[in-house]
Design a protein around this ligand. Structure first.
Ligand code: HEM
Length: 226
């Protein structure tokens, strides 16, 4: 918890946080309504067709969100896409130390940029699963009649496996959020300087540079604490 004199670093802009939390709402709605459609014991949640409607509504939101991210802030969208496919030697070293990171230790790890290697892989996995869920979901919605028996089964399998992958990724994502106390970055938009040094030391060095560009990207600021 930041004290009143502790310096904080801006990490996420309001539009990034808005898209993130709408994403959480849509994914959770898709999961619950999807399970109600798929799994007999949960069919009581289907509420006479309401869950199908909710599933499709949440799917539209889900598909629209990456577009919204780019429309609201193209620079941040491009930055995210570039980062999740760019890995350097320090990232591989970081991944070798992942077992200890999993248990909450970072002291042995190389300095990381805005995203650590684990976050890069998580976000990349989420993005790939997003594409698989979306394409298979659109086929199931609009082209069911043309798929044939085998095509329909294969498309449904891709849809379900990709959603299972999203679920596993979310569990890991939420686990690390709480192990490292990262939640304030997505609620207030700020993290403590101490957290930034522990998790993203190279990023802190970069945004700490006293230039107008780093101000826009999130230069350290003295802000009265939480
Ligand atoms: C209750 C559930 C969730 C919590 C508590 C949570 C928490 C967070 C936090 C704290 C961050 C910022 C980490 C940092 O400092 O970089 C973050 C980023 C992110 N989360 Fe989540 N998250 C949740 C669900 C999800 C879901 C469902 C998805 C997508 C399927 C998702 C995708 C992402 C992505 C892509 C980022 C990076 C955003 C960016 O760089 O612009 N999260 N999340």
């Amino acid at each position: 918890m930041a004290t009143s004199t502790e310096r904080r670093v801006l990490r996420y802009l309001p539009e990034q946080r808005l898209v993130h939390w709408l994403g959480v709402a849509s994914v959770l709605t898709l999961l619950v309504t999807g399970l109600a459609l798929l799994w007999g014991p949960l069919s009581f949640l289907a509420w006479g067709g309401v869950s199908t409607l909710l599933h499709r509504g949440a799917a539209l939101l889900f598909v629209a969100l990456p577009v919204a991210y780019f429309v609201l802030n193209r620079t941040k969208g491009q930055e995210l896409l570039k980062e999740i496919v760019t890995y350097n030697r320090e990232d591989w070293e970081w991944l070798k130390g992942f077992p200890a990171y999993f248990l909450g230790r970072t002291t042995h790890l190389p300095k990381q940029g805005r995203l650590n290697a684990g976050q890069k892989l998580h976000h990349l996995g989420t993005f790939l699963a997003f594409i698989a869920v979306t394409v298979s979901g659109l086929l199931l919605w609009f082209a069911k009649g043309q798929l044939g028996g085998a095509g329909l089964a294969a498309t449904a399998a891709v849809h379900d496996v990709a959603m299972l992958a999203v679920t596993i990724l979310i569990i890991g994502h939420v686990y690390f959020t709480f192990v490292y106390g990262a939640l304030p970055s997505m609620t207030t938009g700020y993290v403590s300087e101490e957290y930034a040094r522990l998790e993203h030391a190279r990023w802190l060095e970069e945004v700490g540079a006293d230039s107008p560009a780093s101000d826009a990207a999130g230069a350290p600021q003295s802000v009265t604490g939480d």
